[in-house]
Ligand binder design. Structure first.
Ligand code: SAH
Length: 235
């Protein structure tokens, strides 16, 4: 394992909350709410039925589980032991088909089984690792030539600071204080550059918006705060 590319404090944050992953009214509510939106967008570009899919930084399995229910054969990986246990238990309890979870880093799995997935997803995870470019490289190595890799993270600008940290953590209490660290946010241009360097071509992007009054999320072209990038590995 590339033991250097992990921040133990980040894993501890998620492990502490692990028992609440599947409580839709918990700190993980935003992930539950955006899940259908991101699943839909992924599926419009890369239909998942019957595909080999890897979810990097899967946490309690919110997206991994939904992709398996959409017909994919899903492997979820994370380094937070408790979160993975919760993910496994949830899959057992709700009898999710074709899903397995492993405690392994993206870098280590890439060395073990390169070019073995049709689709790789890595959502809301890059902003928690010391070296996001290394994770992007690993995702590129894990996907088959021509396969899709999806990322989502937080942009780095004044609006993102205001919405993702001040708004979400301090005003609206959507997320625990300290969930996000501004310096680790990644501009779309930076993420696209990591992707290019890894042999991934950016094909599309979407921004995620939230209305605190209606408490609804939606996708549009505005990538100023939270955004997703769809990329394809060169053939
Ligand atoms: N991708 C999931 C969870 C996002 S929360 C979703 O969008 O629903 C961020 C996750 O990244 C947590 O589960 C945390 O344990 C994981 N994580 C943080 N650093 C990591 C690392 N170096 N390797 C793998 N997972 C990591």
């Amino acid at each position: 394992m590339n033991a250097t590319n992990v921040d133990p404090a980040e894993l501890a944050k998620f492990s502490e909350l692990a028992h609440r992953w599947w409580d839709v009214n918990s700190e993980f509510r935003p992930l539950h709410q955006i899940n259908p939106l991101r699943l839909d967008w992924i599926q419009t570009l890369a239909p998942l039925k019957g595909k080999q899919v890897l979810d990097v930084g899967c946490g309690g399995g919110i997206l991994a589980d939904a992709m398996a229910r959409a017909g994919a054969h899903v492997t979820g990986i994370d380094l937070a032991t408790k979160s993975l246990k919760v993910a496994q238990l949830h899959a057992l309890e709700t009898q999710t088909p074709h899903i397995s979870y492993r405690e392994v880093s993206a870098e280590a799995l890439a060395a073990e089984q390169p070019a073995s997935f049709d689709v790789v997803t890595c959502m809301e995870m890059l902003e928690h690792v010391p070296d996001p470019a290394s994770v992007v490289q690993a995702c590129a190595a894990l996907v088959k030539p021509g396969g899709w890799v999806f990322f989502s993270t937080l942009n780095r600008n004044a609006q993102a600071f205001l919405f993702a940290i001040v708004g979400a953590e301090y005003v609206l209490n959507l997320l625990p204080k300290g969930t996000h660290e501004y310096a680790k946010f990644i501009r779309p241009s930076e993420l696209a550059a990591f992707c290019r360097d890894a042999g991934l071509q950016t094909q599309a992007s979407r921004g995620l918006q939230y209305n605190p009054i209606t408490q609804r999320y939606w996708l549009d072209a505005n990538t100023r705060v939270n955004y997703m990038l769809a990329t394809q590995r060169e053939v």
